[in-house]
Design a protein around this ligand. Sequence first.
Ligand code: PMM
Length: 298
Amino acid sequence: MRGVHAPGTGNVDAVTTPGDLSAPQEGPARPEIMGVLNVTPDSFSDGGRYLDFSDAVAHGEQMGAEGADLIDVGGESTRPGADRVDPATEIGRVVDVVAALSERGLAVSIDTTRAAVAAAAIEAGASVVNDVSGGLADPDMARVVADTGVRWVLMHWRGHSADMQRLQHYENVVADVKAELEDRVEAALDSGVDRSKLILDPGLGFAKSAEHNWRLSAHLDEFVALGYPVLFGSSRKSYLGKLLEDESGKPRPVGQREAATLATSVLAFEAGVWGVRVHDVAGTADARAVWMATRRAR
Ligand code: PMM
């Protein structure tokens, strides 16, 4: 199974430690694949499919077998307009799943904005905190990450799901998102988090219009140039549905956005991202193999 190594170590040829410009840079980097496992009733794509413990664990194992380097377990939907769940419910949904997948040798990230949920998941074996709020939602998150020494995905975020749509105002979306992410990095470092633990994510779809998402995707190299590993999450998102709408203006249904998602993932590999967060791990692993073979042949 490929999910057993620590996240990041698969990217042997990439400079994944910020500032370590002496690291070998020849040969293709192997981008990480983070497989999405939403243990929620209401996520936009897989909501309700993995609420049952054994369904969730089976799907996580399947994604590991298909080539996921990391299984991203989440217990609260972040889709625009979603209601929040209470912390006990969120912990109840994720902790046993995290423990079961970790026991099976899979690397697990916990997709949460809450320090208490992150702490419980780390205790159960998670090695990465995927915080879509970049540390903004819970002032205790930085302490949990610093104390436990896990990696921390800082995603660009401006507010909870209920407020997301009205927060989509940017002077220049690429410059603004980069600057706001750099602020989150500074805050993390000030709280004692090790620089080498940070991963940045431009946060497609979070307080972003379709146009914003396209601009961020087109300028991913600028995020990579910040010197931190970059995670890219486009999988099945509504800007792809909008692009592929039918003649009557009806968006392409969520379940039929896989080819478009793969195209965005390959473009992200080309831009030098550290990893992609996707629902279709098997397809993404094939696309990664194609991209790496092409890189090797150059
Ligand atoms: N997108 C979603 C949830 N978590 N985490 C990161 N780091 N980046 C993302 O783009 C991201 C995320 C929303 O998608 P889902 O409902 O399919 O999980």
